[in-house]
Design a protein around this ligand. Structure first.
Ligand code: GDP
Ligand code: MG
Length: 462
């Protein structure tokens, strides 16, 4: 049916005037979310003047006029700590922003001049940008929704490398003599749950990523609540029917009830109240950090990412589509901290990221979700140099280590495909952590933040 002319006109004017975009940043902890969002806000605020954003047409063409902070609409979500982050970076010596542990939000309003002027396009238009930062660990819980307590327990016995097992030793010893049919003893379950959470935290610290339940690592406001006091029973050899017939007061039934509560009251609400409303998403991956940490961690990161990416698989029959009908229509996947390698390696970083995510990328393309892989440094901490080595010009990096030592390093070659045993044996890759550079301009130095911004919102600034 045709719309009345006035409504059509209204829509046209509306389209030219105010637009809105909910953009979310995620990644496992330490991936670089806080740095990314701090830099993003900083670049947009300085877009007209100091910021180097040549890959973003609206900025290059001088049409992006500025960004203002507005009060956020979701009063229940903490505010993203932009000012404290910038203050840390401006200290002497500069510090990285403090880590954040839950979801946070910041609203910006961008003023821009639309590229094409026409009858109904105003001279100046606005884009309201709601930016979210949330832990990628929370996405590791999506697969948990398709399990019951029994099948989840079974699934948790997989992938138990020797190193990982050792980190869970106390908990594993503790459950050895736990009879699922026994009357549940609150105190004992709390102690065991604590040992399990401790194991997860240790594993996280040791560089493992494939860890469930995600909220045990980043509990936010749920710290200490009984809903977090459960753990899998991976070594059961009793048939499921027998276990499920046990009385409500048994160990098994108590753990199963808490598992269900966690699914319903913790995992689902995040997807329903936040995730479902995001329009665009960037997933950050510290792939260089994993290369630096060795084969067991690299494998583990790969498994964690396969799980995490399920939250973006919008195939018609995917769990996610059935449960929450999300609307993310564009996705970026970025290898962070690209300033840890010399510029000639950046191409390899992207190729490595693409091979690491080959399966999920294929699914996304099949589901027709536009996705782009890139490498970036949100806050550049090194400068690219060339040194003369045995008469040859060789690229190198100049930076200051966290301990305050000025160094000139060549971190090594990044493999362009998934590393094989040979690569690990040669120990071909090594770099220190760098301190942020003292900034001489109001805008933070970066690598390809403008490319990321263009992919994520450039079309809205056209
Ligand atoms: N060299 C470099 N290091 C970075 C960059 N972004 C993050 N880092 C490092 O990674 C750490 C974790 O980053 P952060 O943003 O807090 O990660 P989050 O846990 O995902 O929010 C920081 O403290 C820095 O040491 C970057 O662009 N370049
Ligand atoms: Mg953070």
């Amino acid at each position: 049916m045709r719309q009345p002319l006035s409504r059509e006109l209204g829509n046209l004017l509306e389209r030219g005037r105010d637009r809105q975009l909910r953009l979310a940043v995620t990644g496992l902890s330490q991936a670089g979310k806080t740095a990314f969002l701090t830099s993003l806000v900083n670049q947009l605020r300085h877009a007209g003047v100091e910021a180097q954003l040549d890959l973003l047409p609206a900025a290059r063409e001088g049409r992006l006029l500025g960004a203002q902070r507005l009060n956020q609409p979701d009063l229940g979500v903490p505010r993203f700590p932009y000012d404290p982050g910038m203050a840390a970076l401006r200290e002497s010596p500069p510090r990285w922003p403090d880590p954040t542990r839950g979801i946070s939000e910041l609203r910006l309003q961008l003023r821009y001049r639309p590229a094409r002027q026409g009858w109904f396009t105003p001279d100046i238009a606005h884009l309201t940008l709601d930016l979210f930062d949330y832990p990628g660990e929370w996405l590791l819980d999506l697969p948990l929704l398709q399990h019951n307590f029994y099948s989840w327990s079974q699934s948790q016995s997989l992938h138990e490398g020797p190193h990982r097992k050792a980190l869970f030793k106390e908990w594993l010893t503790g459950i050895e003599h736990l009879d699922p049919a026994d009357e549940a003893d609150e105190a004992k379950l709390a102690t065991l749950a604590d040992a399990y959470a401790q194991g997860l935290r240790r594993a996280k610290q040791a560089g493992f990523s494939d860890l469930q339940p995600g909220r045990f690592l980043l509990p936010g406001e749920l710290d200490g609540a009984p809903v977090l006091q459960f753990f899998p029973l991976p070594t059961l050899s009793i048939p499921q029917e027998t276990l499920e017939a046990l009385p409500d007061s048994s160990v098994y039934a108590t753990l199963a009830a808490r598992f269900r509560y966690y699914q319903q009251q913790v995992v689902r609400p995040f997807y329903r109240e936040h995730f479902r409303r995001f329009d665009r998403q960037i997933v950050l991956v510290d792939i260089l950090g994993a290369l630096n940490a060795g084969p067991e961690r690299f494998e583990d990161l790969s498994r964690a990412l396969q799980q995490l990416m399920q939250s973006f698989d919008y195939g018609k029959r995917s769990l996610l589509t059935r449960l929450f009908a999300p609307k993310i229509d564009r996705l970026a996947i970025a290898a962070t901290k690209a300033d840890h390698v010399t510029p000639d390696q950046h191409g390899n970083v992207v190729q490595l990221l693409e091979s690491l995510l080959a399966e999920p990328l294929k699914d996304l393309r099949f589901a027709d979700i536009p996705v782009k892989a890139l490498s970036l440094a949100a806050i550049r901490a090194t400068e690219a140099r060339e040194v003369l080595h045995e008469g040859k010009r060789t690229p190198a990096l100049k930076g200051t280590t966290m301990e305050g030592e000025d160094v000139l390093v060549y971190p090594g070659d990044v493999p362009s495909r998934l590393p094989q045993a040979e690569f690990w044996q040669q120990q071909g890759f090594d770099f220190p952590s760098f301190r942020p550079m003292l900034s001489t301009s109001d805008a933070l130095a970066h690598i390809r933040m403008d490319a990321a911004i263009d992919w994520l919102m450039g079309d809205k600034l056209a």
